[in-house]
Design a protein around this ligand. Sequence first.
Ligand code: ADP
Ligand code: TRP
Length: 327
Amino acid sequence: MKTYLSGIQPSGRLHLGNYFGAIRQHIALSETPGEHYYFIADYHALTTVRDPELLRELVRDVAATYLALGLDPERAVLWRQSEVPEVTEIAWMLSTVCGMGLLERAHSYKDKLAHGIKPNVGLFTYPVLMAADILAYDATHVPVGKDQVQHLEMTQDMAGYFNGQYGEVFVRPEAQLADNESMAKVPGIDGQKMSKSYGNAIWIFEEGKALKKAIQGIPTDSRAPEEPKDPKELLLFDFLALFLPEDEWNDWAARVQAGGEGAPGYGHLKQRLIAAVDETFGEARERRRELMSDPAELDRILARGAEKARVRAQATRNRALTACGLR
Ligand code: ADP
Ligand code: TRP
């Protein structure tokens, strides 16, 4: 049987990249046969978020986001990482078989340094905790965006080192990428990868004036609508591809490519994009508002999830302790 598992950091409000690159797959997969584990990586977020009240709020926000977008907590286990402390014990055991070189090669770490983030040890050993998250639950399939593939390879390496040394303790997981290329790497409004930390993100539940402002922020140029253009070179069309049915996207693209009288201007295309975002997330926005108005209930859902998750993590932790001679 397949065991799907993924985690998402509560390090900011979730954006369209998170939705199309991760959450949407998580929810769709949770409706297929298999076991489904989704958690809020609050220990990971602690490497960057320093405000306790904000962190508490963001954890609930991630939970409400998943639930509002359709995750059924009866079909999928949803919990917060720090409610299963066995994961940190497994992380410690893994860290003792993980070479420094492996971590020094991590792209995400190097990217963070390049963006001027001052690293702490937790940020450096982040992939070890992530490996523990995955291995603790015997996950076989880990649906993530492209940017996480290297972390999955590192997880495979760590499982391999540990098993090589101590016998078959951990199950070797695989990354499961979104099959649609445009979803695997959603651009931000500056054309770079959309990311909470790059200031280029659009929040999933943005609406009204704020949504309009965000979409207006997608850069265009001063060419007239009549001038023929290659839609593939326009960032706006990458965004439209996320929301529009293929037929409709092709139709707009053909008109832009042809230029002349019938070609839409950028403003017109942005209007269409705003309407499409409203259609896609309108109902979920309402559900999110309701969920956020009852934090105690959100905490209860997460605590129930943690109880279920913990049973599995404890079994793995015990197996690992015994294998390496600590029991
Ligand atoms: P961020 O870069 O905003 O901090 P995370 O690293 O927390 O996002 O990513 C959470 C999940 O969302 C991961 O599975 C990641 O692959 C996916 N994801 C993040 N940004 C994008 C993006 N721009 N396009 C596609 N998937 C993304
Ligand atoms: N590193 C992941 C991210 O930033 C979050 C994460 C933590 C995760 N632990 C995980 C994802 C385990 C998948 C499996 O997106």
